[in-house]
Design a protein around this ligand. Structure first.
Ligand code: XBP
Ligand code: MG
Length: 262
């Protein structure tokens, strides 16, 4: 059964804010040097490592793929766990000092959706505290409380591109996939959403993801856009004459995906 659009499900890293290159990456590097490790993730290397979602999973992949001779005195899981706690603390400090703003158009679209009574949710791979701190630093008091569901990090057994986090969000919202639109920035996020049966997908590419393959997404844009700025660019799909991503465009995309009027 099809319904109208009832909920927006947002990714966090790359979608709400461009966090990876100048947020997560330097935090990992600071944690490595504080632990006396000679690991360093350049911007280029980090782009490759982003194929693996989840910071702990990414570190394990790095050791296996790039440092096969690394000898760990104790338990590798314990080392990675400790590095990740330190990395999270460093990253949170960066967020607390307002170091990573929301992307253009994010707050505008959230305000419009909330005013229209749409339900809001988050489906992300990152650590829950990172989401809280990002939203707390935004210029909108109580922004976190606008989200009825915030599903994050290790709450599910398998991270994106597995569908688990989106399945959890749908279960907590008690909505069918056909009532929702997903806003993502990465191929892993698109694969995860599609695998959960979510077909209405908008991609706002981020600094690391613009060359990825977003087959299955209804629309791929460079940003959500602001009214007083230059118009946005569609990299795939139809803007239906819109100069930015607003609720009317999301309703149109949703209707196109599910074959009924907006
Ligand atoms: C985000 C991630 C996260 C962050 C780091 O992917 O993969 O792991 O890079 O956060 P997505 P943690 O945007 O697809 O959810 O270190 O807290 O895992
Ligand atoms: Mg992302």
């Amino acid at each position: 059964m099809t319904t109208g659009l009832l909920a927006l499900i947002f990714d966090v890293d790359g979608t709400l804010a461009d966090t990876e290159r100048d947020g997560h990456r330097p935090a990992f590097n600071s944690a490595f040097s504080a632990a006396g490790l000679d690991w360093h993730w350049s911007e280029e290397c980090y782009g490759e490592l982003l194929a693996v979602t989840g910071g702990k999973e990414r570190m394990r992949h790095y050791v296996q793929r790039y440092r096969p001779d690394f000898h760990c005195d104790g338990d590798l899981d314990a080392l990675i766990g400790g590095l990740h706690r330190r990395k999270t603390a460093i990253y949170l400090e960066r967020l607390r000092t307002g170091g990573i703003p929301l992307r253009p158009g994010v707050l505008r679209l959230l305000r419009e959706a909330r005013a229209a009574g749409l339900r809001l949710a988050i489906a992300t791979t990152t650590t829950p505290e990172n989401v809280s701190a990002l939203l707390a630093a935004a210029p909108e008091p109580e922004l976190a409380a606008w989200f009825e569901v915030i599903a994050a990090g290790d709450i599910v057994p398998h991270k994106k591109p597995a569908p688990d986090i989106f399945n959890l969000v749908l279960a907590q919202l008690q909505l069918p996939a056909s009532a929702c639109i997903v806003i993502e920035d990465s191929d892993n996020g698109v694969c995860a959403a599609l695998a959960a049966g979510l077909r209405a997908l908008l991609v706002t590419v981020s600094s690391y993801t613009h060359d990825q393959d977003f087959a299955g997404a209804a629309l791929v844009v460079d940003q959500l856009g602001e009214p007083d700025a230059a118009g946005i660019t569609a990299l795939a799909g139809d803007l239906h004459g819109h100069r930015l991503v607003d609720l009317a465009l999301l309703r149109q995309l949703h209707a196109d995906c599910y074959g009924f009027g907006p």
